[in-house]
Design a protein around this ligand. Structure first.
Ligand code: CAO
Length: 438
């Protein structure tokens, strides 16, 4: 005998909602708890599960309808299965809840530098809830994709089309870990660019030329493409008076050259940053959201971005704190040379705790480098300029080095970043501090 299925109470505080999707049609066999509607409220999209089982005789709502508790949704001929107690639709967390999910996505061990060749993607580990399901379930157009509201919400936040996700649960049900596995696989797609919308046909507008994407470019795109959307980053700017440092660099440059090095600003900054990292250990750390822990590194390896004919490479200078500036000038020179002559090994590019990117040799007044995740900060260096600075009684020409610090705001607060960068500037301005601190 036909019975009516009416809309139960929506989530707390939601009197009305609008129908986003109707998930059943007349003639369907309806199972208990099967999702019938998706309703969009101010706070979330919720799925409404059936509290009756049987055959759908009529659907009384359509997408876009405003509905509230008690609205007639379906007429159902019951199949004799016991009627469940009316249940509140399961609401996904309101958008005001901390949106931590994207960061939870387990990323494949990112190369310690953006530029290492793409590592093979480890096969996803089976999770306890996983039950072997057919490789792909045939999904009819418009048919129901089995996934809980929280899974749908995660998919929406990560920009995942659930129709593309392989559900590993019974009857192809999609779990959170299926969505995460899908994202991992997509991020590690052979192109390294993930799933992107198709490009227009540019040849309609004029002649075009196509070249294969190099391995270095692909690795850079893949790594930065992961870092940028997943790391909420901010850039702090400052400037250091390097007049005295420049005098010392000129004075001691020949000593570096005698050892096969080059006493550049980058070599000095390596040492300065190492001292700053010891004073501010959260800048020498990584965030492990899966374990809910911060990983502090007691070693101090620093990556330096090198512009090479093959593209950007980031070799890592090891144990920076334990080396003198002269040692560092030699090590940096050797690594930059290796990078430019395509002789870097994977080891040379792994294990960095922090990165430095110096574009000052080329020019520019400032830029915002991208954090080389899972590191949490990167120092950008721009071109030294001569500026008129007030010395208390007159303006005097001073050499000023513009610095920028991009940082992962999940771990580092703006005040800490300002203190870190100010400290870097102070040490650069008073190189004597280097001797005091080492
Ligand atoms: N301001 C002014 N001049 C600078 C400078 C600065 N901040 N930094 C370097 N210079 C000068 C050097 O003193 C040197 O001058 P001379 O030739 O007169 O001696 C010249 O620029 C070239 O320096 P260098 O490149 O030999 O040495 P370095 O240690 O300063 O830099 C390296 C090494 C590897 C960082 C640099 O060569 C490089 O590749 N920079 C590009 C990094 C990059 O691409 N970053 C972007 C990453 S994100 O897309």
């Amino acid at each position: 005998m036909p019975s009516e299925f009416r809309l139960p109470k929506l989530a707390e505080g939601d009197a009305t909602g609008s129908v986003a999707k109707v998930l059943v049609q007349a003639g369907d066999t309806l199972a208990l708890d099967q999702s019938v509607l998706e309703i969009e409220t101010d706070k979330a999209v919720v799925e409404v599960p059936a509290t009756v089982a049987g055959t759908v005789e009529a659907v009384h709502v359509k997408a876009g309808d405003e509905v509230s508790e008690g609205t007639l949704v379906l007429t159902v001929t019951e199949s004799g299965v016991a009627t469940a107690a009316p249940a509140e639709p399961a609401a996904a967390p309101a958008p005001s809840a901390p949106a931590a999910q994207p960061a939870e996505v387990p990323e494949p061990e990112a190369p310690a530098v953006a530029e290492a060749p793409p590592a093979p993607v480890p096969a996803p580990e089976p999770t306890p809830e996983r039950v072997q399901a057919p490789a792909s379930l045939p999904r009819r157009e418009g048919s129901r994709i089995p996934a809980a509201p929280s899974v749908r919400r995660l998919a929406r936040e990560l920009g995942v089309d659930l129709a593309q996700v392989h559900g590993s649960g019974p009857a192809g049900r999609i779990s959170r870990s299926d969505v995460k596995t899908h994202v991992r696989t997509r991020q590690a797609s052979p192109t390294g660019f993930g799933a992107l919308p198709a490009l227009p046909d540019f040849s309609r507008f004029g002649p075009v030329r196509r070249e294969p994407v190099s391995a270095v470019r692909r690795a850079t795109a893949q790594h930065l493409g992961q870092s940028w959307p997943n790391v909420p980053q901010v850039t702090q700017f400052d400037a250091a008076d390097v007049t005295e440092l420049e005098r010392l660099r000129r004075l001691h440059g020949p000593a570096a050259e005698a050892r096969g090095g080059k006493l550049t600003v980058t070599a000095v900054l390596l040492k300065v940053v190492a001292i700053a990292l010891r004073k501010f250990p959260q800048f020498c750390a990584s965030l492990d959201l899966q374990q809910g822990e911060i990983v502090y590194k007691d070693y101090m390896h620093i990556g330096v971005a090198v512009d090479t004919p093959r593209g950007l490479l980031v070799p890592v200078v090891r144990d920076v704190e334990q080396q003198s500036i002269l040692d560092l000038s030699v090590a940096l020179n050797a690594l930059a040379e290796k990078a430019r002559s395509a002789k870097l090994s994977l080891d040379d590019m792994q294990g960095g705790c922090f990165s430095i990117s110096n574009l000052g040799g080329i020019g520019g007044t400032g830029f915002t480098p991208i954090v080389n995740s899972p590191e949490v900060a990167i120092l950008g260096v721009s071109r030294t300029q001569v500026e008129a600075r007030w010395d208390g009684s007159a303006f005097a020409p001073r050499q000023v080095l513009p610095l920028s610090l991009s940082y992962d705001h999940r771990l580092i607060d703006g005040a800490d970043a300002a203190r870190f960068l100010r400290y870097v500037c102070e040490v650069v301005e008073s190189p004597f501090l280097l001797a005091l601190e080492v």
